[in-house]
Design a protein around this ligand. Structure first.
Ligand SMILES: NC(=O)c1ccc[n+]([C@@H]2O[C@H](COP(=O)([O-])OP(=O)(O)OC[C@H]3O[C@@H](n4cnc5c(N)ncnc54)[C@H](OP(=O)(O)O)[C@@H]3O)[C@@H](O)[C@H]2O)c1
Length: 272
């Protein structure tokens, strides 16, 4: 049974991905900080990405690392860079020294794409975001690509489902960031994030960056309504209708098909 180290297991994505990795037959170690515990079926390894001394024991003997841990729901830009760039560097150094044959799968974000894009973002686009979160992710991706390890990067869209409350937060997010109600995001259900991670763990994405999306981008207006926090609409024109959209043709060319095709299907199936 392959042994994995998964970081970020207490997060929105990790807490829903880990049970799926275990169900798929992986022996999972979960990197946890403080008093956090590992979800059922995983072995807790206490560690912090910003404390390199805790990482060798976490990676020793693993076949792969699924690196989800990140910081972005804060305005503290220094902390964002410390967690996302320094933390990733520390993890990669530990893997290079103690598990050099391990495959590294890193979660990145569709927020890396430039807001003036003239079509849905493609993996080959040059990305120069100015905000700390996407900029730190672009820098962390570069570390992964240049690590000399076996790697892949999954650029995740807005991830939702399994009662994670993410869609429910859209009303508040729209107010906080002044999002246009017609602004459209690519999205994916946790089930399909897991499917993409399993593809990456199987080696099919080695050396590649891959966008992950379902079949239908959704407006902020519709997300807020589906999440139970409706917002007012607007007939003002959008600055750029493509901002927030990702092209997942590459992943689809490898056979990936979202099992939850749209957020509407998720709503109908009761798995929002
Ligand atoms: N959720 C989405 O819609 C979405 C969209 C695009 C990309 N992503 C990417 O997916 C990944 C997971 O996102 P998420 O929404 O699950 O994030 P989240 O809910 O904010 O969870 C972040 C996780 O990272 C851990 N973490 C942060 N700093 C750490 C450190 N120094 N050492 C060890 N662990 C640390 C946290 O642990 P503690 O509990 O100890 O704080 C937590 O488990 C991120 O890489 C993110 O960029 C997510």
């Amino acid at each position: 049974m392959p042994t994995l180290l998964v970081t970020g297991v207490t997060g929105l994505v990790g807490s829903r991905l880990l049970p799926r990795l275990i169900a798929a037959g992986h022996d999972c170690r979960a990197l946890v900080r403080g008093d956090n515990t590992a979800p059922d079926g995983a072995t807790a390894v206490r560690g912090d990405l910003n404390d390199p001394s805790t990482l060798p024991a976490a990676v020793e003997g693993v076949d792969a690392v699924v690196h989800l841990a990140a910081l972005f729901r804060t305005d503290d830009e220094d902390a964002i860079w410390r967690a996302n760039l320094d933390g990733t560097r520390n993890l990669l150094d530990a893997v290079a020294s103690h598990a050099p044959d391990a495959r590294v799968v890193m979660a990145s974000t569709g927020n890396v794409y430039n807001h003036d894009q003239a079509r849905p973002g493609l993996e080959s686009d040059s990305c120069n975001p100015s905000a700390a979160y996407p900029a730190s992710k672009v820098a962390a991706e570069a570390l992964v690509r240049e690590s000399g390890l076996t790697w892949s990067v999954l650029r995740l869209p807005f991830v939702y489902g399994d009662g994670d409350g993410h869609l429910a937060s859209m009303g508040a997010l729209a107010g906080r960031f002044g999002l246009h109600p017609a602004h459209t995001y690519s999205v994916a259900h946790h089930r399909d994030v897991a499917a993409a991670v399993l593809l990456a763990l199987g080696g099919q994405l080695d050396g590649r960056i891959a966008n992950v999306t379902d079949d239908a981008p959704v407006t902020v207006f519709e997300m807020a309504r589906l999440g139970g926090s409706p917002i007012d609409g607007s007939a003002e024109p959008l600055t750029n209708p493509w901002a927030g959209r990702m092209d997942s043709s590459f992943l689809r060319s490898l056979g990936f098909r979202p099992s939850v095709a749209t957020v509407w299907e998720a709503a109908a199936a009761g798995i929002l």
